[in-house]
Design a protein. Structure first.
Length: 855
C-alpha cells in the first residue's frame, strides 16, 4: 500500500511536468474563460403584507378632503391622512340617522366640535381642541394658555402603513370612529357590539367627508322596547361629517342679552383689563348682499332649505310656506329671497345628514309628536353652516285620527326622555303640548258649531298648525332662541278682535310656545308670519349696518328700539321657571289669569256637552275618556302658570340708562290675591271636580292592545279620578309652598314701594289656610278630594316647620297653621258634626300633628 502511494506521487509529478513543457497555445483553456458560475434558482422577494400598497390594493378609493380606502366585503375602511393635514383644525359633526324610535330618535343632530390629527409615535390621535380659552397668537399670554389649558383625546388609532413617498399615513378608520362615542352605554341598558358594527357608506368631497356607520348595541339589562323586534338588540345608524372650517370674510357679531340669539362663548385673555373675560358671539348665517348699495338685494348665497323627500306630499306646501315666511323679516332689512326652499328629488343620492345640505326632515317616533330645529355653528366665530329641522309623523297624524294615547299624560307627563341630542338651550318641546291643545280646540270648536268641522276646514286647520310649527323651528335654525314673554303682547279682549289680530299677529314672536288662539271665533288660530319681535331679532343678527360708521353704532340703534317697548320684551328658557309670571310656556295674553278664566270656562262648557257630542253609535268610549282627559290637562297647565303670580316679580332685561325703571317690579298685591282666588275656584275648590256619574261611568279605555302591552300594565280599568285630581291639587300646593316661592314672598315685603299695598307671607299662609280648611271653619263634612288635599297640606306644613332652609317666619307660620288645625279639631264635637269619613280624617290629622309636635 505504501509502495502504491509513492508510485502515485511519481506519476502525478511526471504528468505535471509534461503539461508545463508542452506548447502553451495548444492548451484549450477557453472553457475556463467562458465558464460562468452556476445560476442559483430565482427567489421572489418577500411581499410586505402590511405595506401601504398591499393594504389598499383591493379597496375602493373615495377621494376628497380625506381619502378613504373602503373594502365593503371585508368590512374594512382605511383613512389616509396627508402629513400636511396633521395639526390642522377640522370640524366633526355627528347625526343619528336611525335610533330605536323610542329612547333614541332618528334624524337627530347631536354634537359637533373642532379637532385635529396629531402624530404621536406610531399612533394618530384625534384631538378635541379646546376653544374655550383664547388669546391673540402673537401675545405672550397665548403661550401661557398653551401651557396651562389642556385638550382632550377623542380617539386614537395605530398607524397601519406609510406611503413610499412618506407623505401619506394610513390608519384604520374603525379605530377612530367605531366606539361608543354617542355614549348609549352610559345609560346602563346597552353596550356596543364592535364585532357587528361597521361602515355602511362612505363619500368624500373636496371640502368634506361623509361617513355612515351602523352601531349594534346589545342589551345588558334592557327593558321592553316596543319599537324593537328584540329588546336586547338594536341597530343605530350614525352619520359623521368631517369638514374644513369655513374660510370667508365672515365677521362675528357680539351677543346682546336684551334680544334672544344662540351664541358661542369663550374667555379672551388678550385684554387682562376688560370687565369680563367672556366674549359671546351670536350664531347666524353669513348673509351678504349681492349689491351692497341697493336698497333691496338678493344675497350672494341664500340660506337654502331642502324639504326631505320623505315628507308626505300633502304637507309639503305647509313646510315650504313655513320656511319662506321668514323672508318677510329679511325684506325689512333689505334682503330679497334670503331664504330659499327646495324639494329634495325622490331619486336624490345625497344624504340629508350631509353637512352641505340644510334639510327639513320627516321622522318616525311612534306615539310621540316632536319637532325640533337645531343648527351647527363654527365654534370659533358663531357662523352657522348646517341646520336640520325634523318633524315626527305622529305630530300630524294626531289630528286625522282619534286621540289614542292610552297612557294617561296627566299621571305620566313625561313618556320618554328624547332630548339627549340637544344641550339645554337648544331644547324645544313646542310640539308636545301644542298637539294636545290643537286637538282639544278642534273638538271644542266643532262641538260648539263655531266651525262646521268639514274636511276642508280640518285641512286648513292642520295646514296652519304646521306652518306655525315650521316657522318656530326654522327660527331656531336662523339663530333665534325662545322668547316666552312674547305672548303677553295683547290682552284677552284684543285677542278676541279678529281684525286687530290679523293686523298685529297673535303674539310678538313665533319663538314663544303659543297656544292656538281660542278667542276670536276661529279666524286666527295660529301664527303664520313672524311677529314684530322676530323682525327685530333678525335685524340685530343680519342687518348689514352699511349706513353706519361702525357696527357698534348700528347695533346700539337697533337695541334702542326695545326701550320701554313691551312688544320687544324678551325672556327665554332660563327665565321661564323663574319669578316673572309673564315669562311662561304655553300661556297667553297680557293677563294670563283673565285668559285662563275664559279658557277653563270653555272647557267646562265642553264637558257639559261632551256626552251629547260623543255618544255616536259604534264609537268607542275611549273617545269620551280622551276628550275628558284633554280638557283636564288644561287645568294642570293653568295651575302651573297662575301660581307664579304669588310672590311674582316682573323682570326686564334693560340696561342702566335705557329707561327710568327698575329691572325688578313686584307683582301688585291685588294680582297676587287674584291668583290665589283663581286657584281656589278652579283647582282647589271643594266641589269643582264633582263630576256626574253619567260621565264618570263612560270614561272607559280601549280594550285593543298595542305594541307596549298597555292593557296588561294599566293600574286599573276604570278611570282613576281620585288619583288624577289628587295629582292636580297636590302639585299646585307644592308649587305655592316651594322654598324659592316662600323666600321670594318674604323678600318681596322689602321690595314693595312705599305707595304700594304689601302682600305678606302672613297673608299668603292665612289665605291658604282659610281655603284649604274652610270645611273645618264651617263645620261641613269634607269630600274625598278635599281629604286628600288637607292631608297633603298638613304634610307640607310639618315639612316647612321642621326644614331650616325655610325662613324662620315661614317656619313659625307653618307651626301656627298646624296648631290652629289641631286646636280647632280639639274644640269641636266631631262625633256629632261630621260624617264617618270626615271624622276619621280629622282624627288622623290630629294624630299626625301631635306626632310632629312631640318629635
Amino acid at each position: 500500500m505504501k509502495l502504491f502511494k509513492n508510485n502515485f506521487k511519481i506519476i502525478y509529478f511526471l504528468f505535471t511536468v509534461a503539461i508545463s513543457f508542452s506548447q502553451y497555445d495548444s492548451f484549450d483553456y477557453d472553457f475556463l474563460k467562458n465558464k460562468k458560475d452556476s445560476e442559483k434558482p430565482k427567489v421572489k422577494p418577500k411581499k410586505n403584507k402590511n405595506s401601504y400598497e398591499n393594504l389598499i390594493q383591493s379597496s375602493i378609493l373615495k377621494s376628497g378632503l380625506f381619502d378613504y380606502y373602503w373594502d365593503k366585503d371585508k368590512v374594512k375602511c382605511y383613512i389616509v391622512i396627508n402629513r400636511n393635514q396633521l395639526d390642522k383644525t377640522f370640524l366633526l359633526n355627528l347625526t343619528r340617522n336611525t335610533g330605536d324610535a323610542y329612547r333614541y330618535h332618528g334624524s337627530a343632530m347631536m354634537y359637533e366640535f373642532p379637532f385635529s390629527f396629531r402624530k404621536v409615535g406610531s399612533n394618530i390621535q384625534m384631538i378635541a381642541e379646546n376653544v374655550k380659552f383664547r388669546a391673540d397668537k402673537d401675545s405672550v399670554i397665548f403661550k401661557a394658555i398653551a401651557n396651562n389649558i389642556t385638550e382632550s383625546i377623542f380617539s386614537t388609532a395605530k398607524i397601519q402603513a406609510i406611503s413610499s413617498s412618506d407623505s401619506l399615513i394610513l390608519i384604520d378608520a374603525s379605530q377612530l370612529f367605531i366606539f361608543d362615542f354617542p355614549k348609549v352605554s352610559n345609560r346602563g341598558k346597552y353596550i356596543l357590539d364592535k364585532k357587528n358594527s361597521y361602515f355602511e357608506k362612505i363619500n368624500s368631497f373636496e371640502f368634506n367627508s361623509e361617513l355612515d356607520m351602523v352601531f349594534h348595541y346589545k342589551g345588558k339589562k334592557s327593558d321592553y322596547v316596543f319599537t324593537l323586534p328584540n329588546s336586547s338588540s338594536m341597530l343605530h345608524k350614525y352619520h359623521l361629517s368631517i369638514s374644513e372650517l369655513p374660510t370667508n370674510n365672515y365677521k362675528p357679531r357680539l351677543l346682546d342679552d336684551r334680544v334672544g340669539h344662540f351664541d358661542i362663548i369663550y374667555q379672551d385673555y388678550s385684554n387682562m383689563l376688560s370687565e369680563s373675560p367672556y366674549v359671546r358671539y351670536i350664531t347666524r348665517w353669513n348673509l351678504e348682499k349681492k349689491n351692497p348699495k341697493a336698497k333691496f338685494s338678493e344675497p350672494k348665497e341664500p340660506i337654502v332649505f331642502w324639504i326631505e323627500n320623505t315628507v308626505p306630499h300633502k304637507f309639503r306646501k305647509a313646510f315650504r310656506d313655513g320656511i319662506l315666511a321668514w323672508n318677510k323679516s329679511f325684506e325689512k332689512i333689505g334682503f330679497k329671497n334670503a331664504i330659499v326652499a327646495k324639494q329634495m328629488p325622490d331619486d336624490a343620492e345625497w344624504d340629508p345628514a350631509d353637512v352641505r345640505y340644510n334639510t327639513v326632515r320627516w321622522m318616525i317616533q311612534p306615539g310621540v309628536g316632536i319637532a325640533v330645529g337645531p343648527s351647527r355653528a363654527n365654534p370659533l366665530t358663531g357662523e352657522i353652516y348646517d341646520a336640520d329641522v325634523r318633524v315626527s309623523s305622529d305630530w300630524v297624524r294626531h289630528y286625522y285620527n282619534e286621540y289614542t294615547s292610552q297612557v294617561n299624560p296627566i299621571l305620566n307627563p313625561n313618556p320618554v326622555a328624547i332630548y339627549d341630542s340637544l344641550n339645554h338651550s337648544h331644547n324645544c318641546n313646542y310640539s308636545f303640548e301644542k298637539q294636545n291643545q290643537m286637538s282639544f280646540l278642534w273638538d271644542y270648536m266643532t262641538a260648539k258649531d263655531i266651525i262646521k268641522g268639514t274636511q276642508k276646514e280640518l285641512d286648513k286647520f292642520v295646514y296652519e298648525g304646521i306652518v306655525d310649527l315650521i316657522l318656530h323651528e326654522v327660527g331656531h335654525t336662523l339663530g333665534l332662541r325662545h322668547n316666552f314673554k312674547a305672548s303677553s303682547m295683547l290682552s284677552a279682549s284684543e285677542l278676541s278682535d279678529s281684525d286687530l289680530v290679523s293686523k298685529y299677529n297673535i303674539t310678538a314672536s313665533v319663538m314663544d310656545y303659543t297656544p292656538a288662539n281660542i278667542l276670536d271665533k276661529g279666524n286666527n288660530f295660529f301664527l303664520t308670519d313672524p311677529g314684530p319681535y322676530d323682525d327685530w331679532a333678525i335685524e340685530y343678527a343680519y342687518s348689514t349696518c352699511d349706513k353706519y360708521r361702525n357696527e357698534e353704532e348700528c347695533l346700539k340703534d337697533i337695541i334702542s328700539k326695545s326701550i320701554d317697548n313691551p312688544v320687544l320684551a324678551y325672556g327665554t328658557d332660563e327665565d321661564a321657571d323663574e319669578c316673572d309670571p309673564l315669562i311662561s310656556r304655553y300661556d297667553m295674553s297680557s293677563d294670563p289669569i283673565e285668559y285662563y278664566e275664559i279658557y277653563l270656562n270653555m272647557i267646562n262648557e265642553y264637558w257639559e256637552i261632551l256626552l251629547e257630542d260623543s255618544m255616536v253609535d259604534g264609537k268607542s268610549y275611549n273617545y269620551v275618556k280622551n276628550k275628558f282627559q284633554q280638557g283636564l290637562y288644561e287645568y294642570f297647565r293653568a295651575s302651573r302658570h297662575i301660581y307664579k303670580f304669588i310672590g311674582g316679580i316682573y323682570y326686564s332685561r334693560h340696561h342702566i340708562g335705557d329707561i327710568d325703571k327698575d329691572p325688578f317690579i313686584v307683582v301688585d298685591a291685588k294680582d297676587q290675591r287674584r291668583a290665589i282666588n283663581f286657584l281656589d275656584k278652579y283647582i282647589l275648590s271643594s266641589d269643582f271636580f264633582m263630576f256626574p256619574p253619567e260621565l264618570l261611568n263612560k270614561l272607559a279605555p280601549t280594550r285593543l292592545d298595542d305594541f307596549e302591552g298597555t292593557l296588561w300594565y294599566m293600574d286599573q280599568l276604570d278611570y282613576p279620578i281620585h288619583k288624577t285630581i289628587k295629582n292636580l291639587q297636590t302639585r299646585t300646593l307644592n308649587n305655592i309652598y316651594r322654598l324659592d316661592v316662600i323666600s321670594r314672598i318674604h323678600n318681596n315685603e322689602l321690595r314693595f314701594n312705599s305707595d304700594q299695598e304689601i302682600f305678606t307671607l302672613f297673608e299668603m299662609f292665612d289665605s291658604m289656610n282659610n281655603i284649604i280648611w274652610i270645611e273645618l271653619k264651617n263645620q261641613d263634612s269634607v269630600n274625598s278630594f278635599r281629604r286628600e288635599l288637607q292631608n297633603h297640606h298638613i304634610d307640607l306644613m310639618i315639612n316647612i316647620f321642621k326644614n331650616k332652609k325655610y325662613p324662620i317666619d315661614a317656619q313659625n307660620l307653618a307651626l301656627e297653621s298646624i296648631q290652629t288645625v289641631y286646636s280647632t279639631i280639639e274644640n269641636q264635637n266631631i262625633e256629632e258634626v261630621y260624617d264617618n269619613y270626615t271624622k276619621l280624617h280629622l282624627l288622623n290629622m290630629k294624630s299626625k300633628i301631635k306626632l310632629a309636635l312631640d318629635n
